[in-house]
Ligand binder design. Structure first.
Ligand SMILES: Cc1cc2nc3c(=O)[nH]c(=O)nc-3n(C[C@H](O)[C@H](O)[C@H](O)COP(=O)(O)OP(=O)(O)OC[C@H]3O[C@@H](n4cnc5c(N)ncnc54)[C@H](O)[C@@H]3O)c2cc1C
Length: 406
C-alpha cells in the first residue's frame, strides 16, 4: 500500500486505476502520465454526440484536473513516456526525465489502424481516436458534403448515422460481406445494413479500395473494379492496434496486446497492463482476449488496483459493450457471437426492438439486445453462469425473462 505507483496512459483505464488506488487506501505516491493535452476523457461520444456538435469537449472529461489533485494523484499531461526499464524499475519521459516506480500500470490504449494505400497521406483522410481527430474532421461534417467511410464496424457505422442525419452524402465501404462481421451474427448485421440503407447511406459490401485520389486534398477513393467514389473527406475506421511498443521495448511478453494474467500482472514483477493495450485471461473466453470497451477498461483498472493493494479480484463481470446508431441502442454482453452452437431470436427486427441470444450447449454465452434493456440486464446476469436455458422460452416474446433470475 506504499511506494510509488506510476500509471502510463491517462485514458479511461489509467484514470480509473489511479482513483481506485486512492479509494482502496493506497498511501504512496500516484503519478498518472498522459501524452494528450486533455485530462482523461471518455471516447464513446467522439463518434456520437460530440461529433454531432451536441457536447462541449469539457463534458467528455471524466474529472476536472483539480479533482485528481485533491485526492493526491499527480496528473502529468502532454507528457509521453518513451522508455521503460523493468529491472531498474524506472520510466523515462521523451524529454529525458526518469522516475522510479514500485508499481507500474501500462494503460496506453490503442491507435487507429492505418490503410497503407497510394495517396494515404492526402489531406482530408481522417482517423478517429481522440478529441483532436474530431476537431479535424468536424468542418467536413456539413450538409451536402461527401464523406466516404472505410470500414463498417461500430465507429464507422456510428459516424455514418450522424453524418447522414446531418445531410451529408455518405458512402460506407466494407471489405467483408456483412457489416459488424467481427463482432456479431448475420441476423444483427443484416438488420444494421438495412437500417443504414433505409436512412440513405450508400453501403457497399465486399468493396476493395485500392487508392486514394487527389492532389494535396483527397477527392476520391478508387476501388479494385476501377470505380471512383468522389468525396470531400474520408474516415478510415478499420479497427485499432494496441500501443505496446513501450512494453515490447522493455522485453515484456506482447502478442497483439501486453500479455497479462487474470490479476492484470504482466510478465515482469510489479508491472501491470489494463484496457485496450492488454490481452488478459478471460473466464468468459477460456483464453486470453484483448477487448476494446469502456466496461473492460474500468473492470481491469479495478482489478489491477486491487492486486496492487493486495486484495482478491472479486467475481469478474461478463464483457459488455454498447453502440448508438440512429434511434437504436445496441447492447452486447459476453463473447458469444462465434462461440455459440445455437441462436435464438426474440422479437422481430422490423419492430426495431429485438434480441439475439447465443447459446452453447444451452448455456448463454452472449447476447445482442437492440432497444431491449430488460433482455440486456437479464443477459448480463446469466452469461457465463453455467445455467441451462430453454430456447423455446427465450424466443417467446411473452415469456418474462426476469423470471430466469429467480
Ligand atoms: C470513436 C470511439 C468510439 C467508441 N465507442 C465506444 C462505445 O460506444 N462503448 C464502449 O464501451 N467503448 C467504446 N470505445 C472504446 C473505448 O473508448 C476504449 O475501449 C477505452 O477508451 C479504452 O480505454 P484505455 O484507457 O485502455 O485507452 P485510451 O482511452 O485510448 O487511453 C490511453 C491513453 O494513453 C495514452 N498513451 C499511449 N501511449 C502513451 C505513452 N507512451 N505515454 C503517455 N501516454 C500514452 C494515449 O494517448 C491515450 O490518451 C470507443 C472508442 C472510440 C475511439
Amino acid at each position: 500500500m506504499t511506494g510509488r505507483a506510476i500509471i502510463v496512459g491517462a485514458g479511461q483505464a489509467g484514470s480509473e486505476c489511479a482513483l481506485r488506488l486512492r479509494a482502496l487506501g493506497f498511501a504512496g505516491e500516484v503519478m498518472l502520465f498522459g501524452d494528450e493535452a486533455f485530462p482523461p476523457y471518455q471516447r464513446p461520444p467522439l463518434s456520437k454526440g460530440f461529433l454531432a456538435g451536441e457536447l462541449a469537449a469539457e463534458r467528455l472529461f471524466l474529472r476536472g484536473e483539480a479533482q485528481y489533485r485533491e485526492v493526491g494523484i499527480g496528473l502529468h499531461l502532454a507528457t509521453a513516456i518513451g522508455a521503460l526499464d523493468t529491472g531498474a524499475r524506472t520510466i523515462t519521459t521523451t524529454d529525458g526525465t526518469t522516475h522510479r516506480f514500485s508499481h507500474l500500470v501500462l494503460a496506453t490504449g490503442a491507435r487507429p489502424r492505418r490503410l497503407d494505400l497510394p495517396g494515404a497521406g492526402l489531406a482530408g483522410i481522417h482517423h478517429l481516436r481522440g478529441i483532436a481527430d474530431v476537431e479535424r474532421l468536424r468542418p467536413g461534417i456539413r450538409p451536402g458534403a461527401r464523406l466516404v467511410i472505410l470500414g463498417a464496424g461500430y465507429v464507422g457505422l456510428e459516424v455514418a448515422a450522424i453524418a447522414v442525419k446531418l445531410g451529408l452524402a455518405v458512402t460506407v465501404l466494407e471489405a467483408a460481406e456483412r457489416v459488424l462481421a467481427r463482432v456479431t451474427s448475420p441476423i444483427v448485421s443484416a438488420f444494421y445494413a438495412d437500417v443504414h440503407r433505409a436512412a440513405g447511406v450508400d453501403l457497399r459490401l465486399g468493396a476493395r479500395p485500392v487508392a486514394f485520389q487527389g492532389n494535396g486534398q483527397v477527392t476520391g477513393v478508387r476501388l479494385a473494379d476501377g470505380a471512383v467514389i468522389a468525396c470531400d473527406n474520408v474516415l478510415v475506421g478499420i479497427g485499432a492496434v494496441p500501443n505496446t511498443e513501450l512494453a515490447a521495448g522493455a522485453g515484456l511478453a506482447v502478442e497483439d496486446g501486453i500479455l497479462v494474467d487474470a490479476a492484470m500482472r504482466a510478465s515482469a514483477s510489479g508491472v501491470y497492463a489494463i484496457g485496450d493495450c492488454a490481452r488478459a485471461v478471460s473466464p468468459f473466453a477460456g483464453e486470453r482476449v484483448r477487448l476494446e470497451s469502456v466496461p473492460n477498461a474500468l473492470e481491469q483498472a479495478r482489478i489491477a488496483a486491487g492486486t496492487i493493494c493486495g486484495g482478491a479480484p472479486g467475481a469478474p463481470e461478463p464483457p459488455w459493450f454498447w453502440s448508438d446508431q440512429f434511434d437504436l441502442k445496441l447492447q452486447t454482453v459476453g463473447l458469444g457471437a462465434g462461440r455459440h452452437d445455437e441462436i435464438v431470436l426474440r422479437g422481430a427486427p422490423d419492430s426495431r426492438a429485438f434480441s439475439v441470444f447465443y447459446l452453447r450447449e444451452r448455456e448463454l454465452v452472449g447476447l445482442d439486445a437492440v432497444n431491449s434493456p430488460v433482455a440486456f440486464n437479464v443477459g448480463k446476469r446469466l452469461v457465463g453462469r453455467g445455467i441451462k436455458l430453454d430456447p423455446g422460452e427465450l424466443g417467446d416474446a411473452g415469456f418474462p425473462l426476469k423470471s430466469l433470475l429467480n
